[in-house]
Design a protein around this ligand. Structure first.
Ligand code: S3P
Length: 443
């Protein structure tokens, strides 16, 4: 994605938030639907696809590798796949824009096909570590060239005769797990990933849905995931459920703006994604779940959220992976709670679209909230009410930092301004319209 001029934006305190919020499709599942559709035989039909820039960049990449990707209407797409091992060599450089998930999963998916591809991205993605993917995919036989420090641009010469791999992920990361599993698709025999802490399991669920043989066993070492290589993946109908990480923003807003009550339908209750909701309940949030059901192979329910009086909690390190994208918005909620909220085991936040501990700490401090940090933890000293605001915040091309501070401004004493709202389009293009529709004052 190329970034145009920065678009500053402000939010200010105002009316209670009311109404129903229609959350867009899940980003993780949208990337995977396109990639697995491209690796399947036949036409995959996707509904509810997130049309954020990150996912659009993945759609473009799948076309560059030889799949035919078409948009039929809003959120409705088809992918004519080339089959496992059928990727063609792309003619140009693959630009994954802002998307760590896109670039890392696609690098895995092509690593065991004998073609060469070069990957690049925007200023944020170009600072993020790729060694965590290039190390395991080189074990399959791929040859890699990267910039100093394992950074993009990265060129991968896929393995001619891939060998299967057993890999223990060095950090809790669904992106690493998924890249290894996607590489294992075109290796003979069994590829095994062992993860000490469970991470989001969409790849496992969707690989099984597309017809791969994949098992998960909980052992003393952690989760052991075994994939049998060289399956024929079969095209599927994929109904993408709504994104719980995007839902987190209006949910947080309703909790901290006095008098609010909103409804968000179809929120994931997948235990690998629900850590924020568990944490909010512990803080005293008024959350009512209704209509438990399954959508797109994921457990979901409808959520009613009311403004709440909240108390700080300590979030255990074991929960971090299940809410890894929600810590920025949790820190805004924590600022409005009484007492300290301690976020443990969150070192991975330092290598997201920005260093999210640093970005949140600086932005909150500038707006009158006291924050302490260590290399792998962050503590927000809650003010117990509406205080602060008024300062401008740097967002570092990070959509979740941008949305978090716009939510903060809705419950501050005076407006909060962010330097650039353009990155929000990577994951939640309708964020401003949705929040304004609930009554938020953003401009
Ligand atoms: C994702 C995994 C997470 C998350 C990202 C999406 C995925 O990254 O932060 O937004 O779709 O697999 P890590 O697995 O690197 O923690």
């Amino acid at each position: 994605m190329s970034h145009g001029p920065a678009t500053p934006m402000s939010s200010r305190p105002g009316n209670p938030l009311r109404g129903a919020a229609a959350i867009p499709g899940d980003k993780s599942i949208s990337h995977r639907a396109l990639i697995l559709g491209a690796l399947a035989v036949g036409r995959t039909h996707i509904t509810g696809l997130l049309e954020g820039q990150d996912v659009l960049d993945t759609a473009k990449a799948m076309q560059a590798f030889g799949a035919t990707v078409e948009r039929l209407g809003p959120g409705e797409w088809t992918v004519d796949g080339v089959g496992v091992g059928g990727f063609a060599e792309p003619a140009g450089v693959i630009d994954c824009g802002n998307s760590g998930t896109g670039v890392r999963l696609i690098m895995g998916a092509m690593a065991t096909t004998p073609i060469t591809a070069t990957f690049t991205g925007d200023a944020s993605l170009s600072k993020r570590p790729m060694g965590r993917i290039t190390d395991p995919i080189s074990l399959f036989g791929a040859e890699i060239t990267a910039r100093e420090g394992g950074l993009l641009p990265v060129t991968i010469k896929g393995a001619e005769d891939a060998v299967p791999v057993t890999y223990r992920t060095p950090v809790a990361s669904a992106q690493i797990k998924s890249a290894v599993l996607l590489a294992g698709l075109n290796a003979p025999g069994q590829t095994v990933v062992i993860e000490a802490e469970p991470t989001r399991d969409h790849s496992e669920r969707m690989l099984a849905g597309f017809g791969a043989t994949i098992t998960t066993e909980n052992t003393q070492e952690g989760r052991v995931i075994t994939l049998t290589g060289q399956p024929e993946l079969k095209a599927q109908q994929v109904a993408v459920p709504r994104d719980p990480s995007s839902a987190a923003f209006p949910v947080a807003a309703a909790l901290i703006v006095p008098g609010s009550e909103i409804r968000v339908d179809g929120i994931s209750r997948n235990p690998t994604r629900d850590g924020l909701y568990v944490t909010l309940a512990e803080m005293g949030a008024d959350l009512t779940w209704e209509n438990d059901r399954e959508e797109g192979g994921e457990p979901v329910a409808d959520l009613i959220v009311r403004h709440s009086t909240l108390t700080g909690v300590s979030v255990p390190a074991e929960r971090a992976a299940s809410m890894i994208d929600e810590f920025p918005i949790l820190s805004v909620v924590a600022a409005m709670a009484t007492g300290d909220t301690v976020m443990n085991g969150v070192a991975e936040l330092r290598v997201k679209e920005s260093d999210r501990i640093d970005a949140m700490a600086k932005g909150l401090r500038a707006n009158g909230v006291d924050v302490s940090e260590t290399p792998d933890s962050m503590t927000v000293h809650g003010t117990g009410g509406i205080q602060g605001g008024g300062a401008a915040v740097e967002t570092h091309l990070d959509h979740r930092i941008a949305m978090s501070f716009l939510i903060a401004g809705l419950a501050a004493e005076s407006a909060v301004t962010i330097d650039d709202a353009s990155a929000i389009a990577t994951s939640f293009p309708d964020f401003v319209a949705l929040m304004t529709g609930l009554g938020a004052d953003l401009s």
